[in-house]
Design a protein. Structure first.
Length: 97
């Protein structure tokens, strides 16, 4: 997909999907601290619009900046880059014995 304009695009991992049509995506950036000669990882969480509720925890997604959709939602999902592994079980999927 190509977009015109100056919309920001980020790639992150879904860390929460308990809300309706909203997921929480953690975007990690790496910066170099010149004073300490160390590499520092920064993680920022964004509330992202997921219209179809298709994202699961662990999915890698691409998000794009959009108009304000609610008090904290200013991003939406453009594509799911990779799905999580199927071996992981969600708490509600465990079978009772």
């Amino acid at each position: 997909m190509t977009y015109t304009g100056k919309r920001k695009v980020r790639i992150g991992q879904v860390v929460g999907n308990k809300m309706d049509k909203t997921v929480v995506v953690a975007v990690q950036t790496v910066r170099h601290a010149p004073l300490y000669k160390k590499i520092i990882k920064h993680t920022k969480k964004y509330k992202v619009h997921d219209e179809a509720n298709v994202c699961r925890i662990g999915d890698s997604v691409r998000i794009i900046e959009t108009r304000p959709l609610s008090k904290e939602k200013r991003w939406r999902i453009t594509e799911i880059i990779s799905k999580r592994e199927l071996s992981e079980e969600e708490p509600g999927e465990a079978s009772k014995i």
